[in-house]
Design a protein around this ligand. Structure first.
Ligand SMILES: Nc1nc2c(c(=O)[nH]1)N[C@H]1C(S)=C(S)[C@@H](COP(=O)(O)OP(=O)(O)OC[C@H]3O[C@@H](n4cnc5c(=O)[nH]c(N)nc54)[C@H](O)[C@@H]3O)O[C@H]1N2
Ligand SMILES: Nc1nc2c(c(=O)[nH]1)N[C@H]1C(S)=C(S)[C@@H](COP(=O)(O)OP(=O)(O)OC[C@H]3O[C@@H](n4cnc5c(=O)[nH]c(N)nc54)[C@H](O)[C@@H]3O)O[C@H]1N2
Ligand SMILES: [Mo]
Length: 759
């Protein structure tokens, strides 16, 4: 049967077969083990699947491409992780996307495949080109592909007409070479997946504490007596974090969660490697869950701090020594908090004063408190304010720069933090400009480049003419799918360095290239010598990663090799010895050491099996802000002004996806099985709006009343009134390009105003 299509989102529509079960209360356990073995053996065969799983996060193995959560130093064997296993199995698939595959399937036909089917086609086997006007990709030799890139880039009126995107799986070595190539060519147009991700954390923390990174290490979780988790679903997205939380719980820690949803992974956890806990129903994790409304966090945090400040009047409960000696802006901040009314706090947070008082009570007692957060805080117009409100909260009791305490933005992509550290950034810092100029003798452009939303704008209005993506799936990951599709189609050339087929390969410029690369799990030999790469985890630890699988195809090249190939074609007179960098990654590390602070003796230190920690001022009580102090920041509570019939929609991940890569069709913990086109809605909202449970609706954007995402099934769910949840990337078509966070430009993909209509 011909599937119907969502022409806006450019995806087929499938709602048949959806099954709804009760949401789960416990994460992990035997179901997680079974699920990962199923994925591993189905995708890569029994033996290869099992062998690969054994090598994840081993000291001599590769860094899991799943997420950026660090590895414990005391592990005896690989920490089991269901979703890490899925990521690894997915990369271990056969290389069946080859010349034959593309002969059989036209682009037009492939656009009718679902994201699940596209990913399921296997690894990409060889370089492919789509020539102008052709209906199918065909093979191309590597050198010819590089020459096409070189010729097109050299033919531009200005280097600023080219856009170089990066997704966060790229190693430090490949990322450093990539930014070097881009800067030698002459632009800083380097949008990055972190623009859509933790940019609000980077900007917010940078202003408040002088470093755009978290301040805790994994060991701090053993010491913390209180952990706050805001806007994060670790059971699905950072499963190994549950082990750390379990450890903290066993040491007596109290866990508080702020989330519109009661996520299974936050409620209770059974460690899959601990059969003994199976009988008991797992370790209870959350002690107090606050079902905050979507984007109610500024209000909730201000409410909590209002209680703390008031209490301090009668009974000292703030760290006044810390506030006086280490911070700035407290008086103005305290005045502001005093002025906000409980009515505003309750309305905007959707929480009761008594609940916030209970949380404040916990915070006042906490001697060592860690606050963790992820996309639930960053992807709002006030994403930077959310992050800074968390910092304000920590500063009140001096919970930064002490063991067991601090800020913990939990990163997504496994090397998104490292990519930034080594230079993937559209606003190059002074040390990098000087470092690259001194070490390589190149002239580094200083004009700021485009980030993600501005790159889309630039391609739309003709200022951007070539798009190159180092990994990722730009079309499906970015806001406003229609606009981004239009942007890519206007390009002279679109190039994707990829491991798997995705929708960005199908929505292309006049010419298009797919350049297939080795994955993290694969053996990388250059010049007869085994290479390894390095990555930085979410807590600023840099360590090595060595692949162990045979490459999926003999025609794959490593990312450093691909960058070197492009660089030689783009800058034929280059002063840089690209060949030597691409055949000895140790030389790339030497260059990073020379250009980026904190990498002294990189090649030696990274040979330590546990890697090394990059410098982190706040961790040791030093704030690298202009006045050397941490800053209290004043933010207004965002207006909560939904119109009649309007709902606030967040776009989240299922348990069976990795961003735009769809591994399977189940969201097991939430009980949504065999389908993705659902709206999780409060039954009271559904009834008020006159819909039946299970009814099919269209979702309509409030920003652009024309934009509809058709045919979603309404599912009654425990979610605060006025808030609804859907899965991305299907609903990215509704995320407006014009709604992004103040200062960080992160698309507001967790607060989208919508209405529903009968389908
Ligand atoms: N298996 C798997 N692992 C992954 C990924 C994946 O797709 N699959 N992606 C990786 C990447 S790149 C990232 S960035 C991370 C993402 O990790 P998460 O941030 O955990 O991912 P999301 O699914 O976006 O979930 C956001 C959570 O925030 C809550 N939330 C939404 N809006 C609000 C709000 O306004 N306030 C509060 N307090 N909470 C809110 C949602 O209910 C949800 O629990 O995971 C990484 N790891
Ligand atoms: N509505 C909405 N949109 C969002 C989000 C949201 O929560 N809601 N989250 C945002 C976030 S947090 C992020 S990080 C972005 C993610 O945006 P991206 O990073 O652009 O997207 P991914 O889906 O992670 O990219 C998947 C593709 O990467 C390629 N790939 C995988 N491994 C490798 C590798 O080792 N090397 C290379 N070269 N390629 C590889 C494969 O071809 C695969 O198809 O999406 C953002 N978009
Ligand atoms: Mo992310």
């Amino acid at each position: 049967m011909e599937k119907s299509r969502d022409e806006g989102a450019l995806v087929p529509v499938e709602t048949q077969g959806l099954q709804i079960q009760a949401p789960k209360e416990v994460a992990g356990g035997i179901p997680a083990v079974i699920s990962s073995i199923k994925h591993a053996t189905k995708k890569s065969g029994l033996i290869k699947g099992a062998r690969t799983l054994l090598r994840v996060n081993q000291l001599a193995g590769f860094d899991c491409p799943g997420c950026a959560w660090p590895d414990p130093k005391h592990r005896a064997m690989a920490e089991f992780c269901e979703n890490g296993a899925k990521a690894v199995a997915d990369e271990a698939m056969k290389a069946s996307v080859d010349a034959d595959f593309f002969k059989q399937h036209t682009i037009e036909e492939l656009t009718r495949w679902s994201d699940y089917e596209l990913n399921g086609a296997g690894r990409i086997a060889e370089p492919m080109v789509l020539r102008q006007g052709a209906s199918n990709y065909e093979t191309i030799e590597w050198d010819e592909a590089f020459e096409l890139i070189g010729k097109t880039l050299r033919g531009l009126d200005s280097p600023n007409e080219a856009i170089f995107y990066t997704s966060g799986r790229t190693s430090n070595e490949a990322a450093f070479m990539y930014q070097l190539m881009v800067r030698e060519f002459g632009t800083n147009n380097m949008p990055d997946c972190s623009n859509m991700c933790h940019e609000s954390s980077g900007v917010g923390l940078g202003e408040s504490i002088g470093i755009g990174k978290g301040t805790v290490t994994l060991e701090d979780f053993d010491k913390a007596d209180t952990i706050f988790i805001l806007g994060q679903n670790p059971g699905t997205n950072h499963p190994r974090m549950l082990t750390a939380l379990q450890g903290a719980k066993r040491n007596g820690a109290t866990i508080v969660t702020l989330n519109p949803l009661k996520e299974a992974g936050l409620t209770s956890f059974i460690h899959p490697q601990e059969v003994t806990t199976l009988m008991g129903g797992g370790t209870k994790l959350t002690d107090l869950h606050l079902p905050v409304k979507i984007n109610g966090d500024v209000a909730a945090l201000q409410g909590i701090m209002k209680v703390m400040l008031e209490r301090h009047q009668t009974e000292a409960c703030l760290d006044t020594d810390f506030i006086e000696s280490k911070t700035n802006g407290f008086d103005e901040f305290a005045k502001h908090i005093e002025s906000v009314s409980w009515q505003e706090i309750e309305e905007s947070s959707g929480l009761r004063r008594s609940d916030l008082e209970a949380v404040a009570e916990i915070a006042i007692k906490a001697e060592r408190l860690i606050a963790c957060w992820a996309m639930g805080l960053t992807q709002h117009k006030n994403g930077v304010a959310n992050v800074q409100e968390v910092v304000n909260f920590l500063l009140l009791r001096g919970q930064i720069g002490r063991p067991g305490a601090g800020a913990c933005p939990v990163r997504g992509h496994s090397n998104v933090q490292g990519d930034r550290t080594v230079g993937i950034v559209e606003k190059p810092p002074a040390h990098l400009i000087k470092g690259l100029a001194d070490y390589f003798g190149i002239e580094v452009p200083t004009e700021h480049g485009f980030d993600t939303v501005h790159a889309i704008q630039a391609m739309l209005d003709g200022r951007g003419k070539v798009f190159i993506g180092m990994g990722g799936n730009f079309l499906s990951a970015t806001p406003d799918t229609q606009a981004t599709a239009g942007a890519l189609r206007q390009c002279e050339l679109t190039v994707h360095i990829s491991t798997k087929l995705n929708r960005s390969h199908l929505v292309h410029g006049k010419h298009a290239l797919i350049l297939p690369c080795l994955g993290r799990t694969e053996i990388d030999i250059q010049n007869g010598r085994l290479q390894f790469v390095t990555v930085e985890n979410s807590m600023g630890v840099v360590h090595a990663s060595r692949g162990g699988n045979k490459p999926a195809s003999a025609k794959l090249r490593s990312e450093p090799q691909i960058v070197a190939g492009m660089a030689r074609a783009v800058s034929p007179g280059s002063k840089i010895s690209w060949e030597s960098l691409a055949t000895d990654y140790g030389k790339v590390r030497d260059a990073i050491e020379a250009c980026v602070p904190g990498f002294e003796n990189y090649n030696d230190r990274v040979r330590n099996p546990h890697g090394f920690e990059l410098p982190n001022g706040p961790r040791v009580g030093k704030f690298n802000t202009p006045d050397g102090r941490a800053q209290f920041k004043v933010h207004q509570i965002p207006a909560s002004d939904l119109k009649d019939g309007e709902l606030m929609m967040m776009t989240i991940r299922t348990h069976d996806q990795y961003n735009t890569t769809i591994y399977g069709l189940d969201d097991r913990y939430r009980g949504v099985m065999n389908g993705r086109r659902v709206v999780l809605i409060n039954a009271k909202d559904r009834e008020r709006l006159g819909f039946q449970a299970g009814q099919r609706v269209d979702i309509i954007s409030s920003y652009d009343k024309v934009r509809r995402a058709p045919e979603f099934v309404l599912v009654d769910y425990e979610i605060p009134p006025g808030s609804v949840a859907t899965y991305f990337p299907e609903t990215n078509v509704l995320v407006p390009l014009s709604e992004f966070a103040h200062k960080s430009n992160t698309p507001a993909s967790k607060s989208i105003r919508v209405t529903l209509a009968k389908h």
